[in-house]
Design a protein around this ligand. Sequence first.
Ligand SMILES: Cc1ncc(C[n+]2csc(CCOP(=O)(O)OP(=O)(O)O)c2C)c(N)n1
Ligand SMILES: [Mg+2]
Length: 381
Amino acid sequence: MATKRSKKAPAKPATNTVDPYEVGPLGLYQLVDENGEEVNPVPELPEGLAVKLLEAMLFQRALDQRMLNLQRQGRIGFYGTAKGQEGAALGSGAAFEPQDWLFPALREGAVALWRGMPLDQYVAQCFGNSHDHTKGRQMPCHYSDYDTKYLSLSSPIATQVSQAAGAARAVQVKGHKDVVCGGYLGDGATSENDFHAGLNFAGVWKSPVVFVCQNNQWAISVPLSMQTASETLAVKAEAYGMPGLRVDGNDVLACYVATKAAIERARRGEGPTFVECLTYRLGGHSSSDDPTKYRDETEAKKWEARDPLIRHKKWLVARGEWDEERETDFLAESGAAISETIAKVEAAEPLDVETLFTDVWAEMPAMLKDQRDRYVADEPV
Ligand SMILES: Cc1ncc(C[n+]2csc(CCOP(=O)(O)OP(=O)(O)O)c2C)c(N)n1
Ligand SMILES: [Mg+2]
């Protein structure tokens, strides 16, 4: 279990910090508590990372609200926010390196931006117009960016687990020693066949993969208590012959450090790890959902007090690395950048329907060519 330390003790070097692997699947690895105070020494972090993480979380919260507004105004068709889960998504996502391949679920769009996918592509994917480099072929929130090795979410839940496991095996077969794959999933996904198949396969092959489960305690209207009788989700990993880590998902630094440890282990050739980030979905499942129909809002209020943004901000303010003025400026700049991007992207032309016929085959088969030609000539297809 995590050990307590005096509030005033200075951050110690990495060697003196608690090892997330020692905390294990039944404990809860935590560095910073709800008051922004260190319960375990925060190891030395890359220069500027902690501030960058706060900025990314603030940016994502602002972006999510704007995108949800667009959906409410009928300007995009669907949206799923990460509200309350920014720490789990960004803390884990920031731990991967540019050469790693990520297979995200619904709430990791912030990680695509973190890895360098341009904001206009994020917004354009939700509009699905001619500015979208994925050509409107996916429903919103299915960002995909080859340059940053961030692959499109497949809507069937838990497919990310088997996809990441398969990609990690391919990495081994091809002998790409320095590459790790990351597969994201939710708590609900742990009841799917792909979860079993993916973890089993990765365990057997000791593949370089890290599974990150954002346990937000709800799978649309199904609570965690109806999802599993296991004590934790992390403990399930042991049955597949891999370690399971359980982390406070609203502690962005704990998520970063634990995921980093898992990635480094995989990179050393020591095999997969399953990381459960315990968090809470503060908003609805998606723009199609109203959580007040099935959950007690006092529960959500309790988790609002554990907001990952507030906690991390308190930690940074106490260290003199953040203040209200800086935040006001940052939010004003972010809001302006988001508005400018939305205006630019929304103005793009709709996609030409002819694009439906391209990029499916290396060489278009005669039957498809015929259908396209008849479509263009306005004849029955
Ligand atoms: C195989 C499959 N079954 C059902 C659905 C419908 N569905 C979409 S999201 C979801 C719940 C997902 O819950 P969880 O895995 O906890 O992820 P969260 O949305 O909470 O992040 C369900 C049942 C689906 N997309 N795929
Ligand atoms: Mg869930």
